[in-house]
Design a protein around this ligand. Structure first.
Ligand code: CP3
Length: 349
């Protein structure tokens, strides 16, 4: 198997810097849009054959060093009992919005093999179809980021309802987060049991907090998940899989993030990766951190930026190249193919 990604996650020596791209299976690829033309997004997530097909597309097309399960961080919200819909151009809609003790009480902590079996079936199918070409990354939203969608009922600009619940009804928030955290913990265990070889926890909206509030209202729940997963892997499995923690708007929160217990820290592009390493420590393994919109530069200018990231990350114990956030739908696949080639060529030892 091409195990450069897993080796880099563990801080082991690698012949070149591995790369995968957040949202690598998505609308910027015409091959994805062709499948998407036949099925809506949730049907794709719920049909293992379709989800597996689009998971593998970027492996064939881009030559990346890891596959990421095609699914969505909002799938567990539906499993907990909230209505979930995706509408063209509007993003996700969750109903009813979770705003009071009544709605929290109605949510369940589901058995993932029961309510989200199709995700685990997709993972089992992918491990067969990938046949050890590259490792498979599973994922979930972090409890806080997941909770913002559940409380707001969808995407939000200023997270008013979420912060109001946190600041006006901290006990309600804590009881809600307890359910979300247990759900996500069990979900990640089920993904690992089904064959996920690494997992990433997406805390896309963690950056809306001050460091102290981030620690209390977002990070504490991630620490609980990681501790639980690591204890479980040690006691019930022979192998531990690497855990990656990605937070959006990382720069002000690195001191907090390094206490998460994760094996790999995602770093967005708002900070130079060597400065991030100074805060995380040189024994840290980092993932990132090219601005996703730098994919709109001409290729020679992309190459300058790739060299810069590689050089700045060279003192890290491990580096997995990635964009600082998801690739946007307007991106030219040709430039992403070129990016993967550049990272491999320029980092070759
Ligand atoms: O990385 C991958 O390729 C794996 C698949 C993946 C998707 N979503 C597929 C998707 C992953 C890892 C996600 C995570 C996700 N989903 C996050 C965290 C990552 C991040 O970008 O910060 C968040 C916040 C979501 C929630 C979500 N899903 C929103 C707000 C939307 C609608 C906005 C949009 O881009 O349309 C989605 C839909 C979604 N998830 C699509 C894909 C490919 C587009 C659906 C389509 O084809 O119409």
């Amino acid at each position: 198997m091409n195990d450069t990604f897993l080796k880099a996650c563990r801080g082991e020596k690698v012949p070149y810097t591995p790369i995968w791209i957040m949202r690598q299976a998505g609308r910027y690829l015409p091959q994805y849009r062709a499948v998407r033309g036949r099925a809506d997004f949730l049907t794709m997530c719920r049909t293992p054959e379709l989800a597996a097909e689009v998971t593998i597309q970027p492996i064939d097309i881009l030559g990346v060093d890891a596959a990421i399960l095609f699914s969505d961080i909002l799938i567990p919200c539906a499993a907990m009992g909230q209505g979930l819909e995706f509408h063209e151009g509007k993003g996700p809609l969750l109903s009813p919005a979770i705003r009071d003790a009544e709605t929290v009480k109605k949510l369940s902590v589901p058995d993932p093999e029961d309510t989200m079996r199709y995700v685990m079936d997709t993972i089992r199918l992918l491990r067969k179809e990938l046949a050890n070409r590259v490792p498979l990354i599973g994922f979930a939203g972090a409890p806080f980021t997941t909770a913002t969608y559940m409380i707001e009922g969808g995407t939000s600009k200023n997270f008013l309802n979420t912060k109001r619940m946190i600041f006006e009804s901290p006990e309600l928030y804590a009881s809600f987060m307890d359910k979300v955290t247990s759900t996500i913990t069990e979900y990640l265990k089920a993904q690992i049991s089904a064959g996920a070889q690494a997992v990433q926890i997406f805390d896309t909206w963690g950056g809306i907090f001050s460091p102290a509030d981030f620690r209390e209202y977002a990070l504490s729940y991630v620490q609980r998940i990681i501790k639980d997963l690591k204890n479980w892997m040690k006691s019930e499995r022979d192998e531990t899989v690497p855990i990656i923690y990605f937070v959006g708007e990382t720069a002000g929160l690195l001191g907090e993030i390094k206490t998460s217990g994760a094996d790999v820290y995602g770093v967005d592009w708002r900070i130079n990766i060597d400065d991030a390493l100074k805060r995380l420590g040189n024994d840290a393994v980092v993932q990132g951190n090219l601005d996703p919109l730098s994919m709109f530069l001409p290729k020679d200018k992309i190459e300058v930026k790739v060299k810069d990231v590689l050089k700045r990350a060279s003192s890290a114990k491990g580096h997995i190249f990635n964009l600082g956030h998801g690739v946007v739908p307007e991106t030219s696949p040709e430039n992403v193919i070129a990016l993967v080639e550049m990272v491999h060529r320029l980092s070759k030892k």
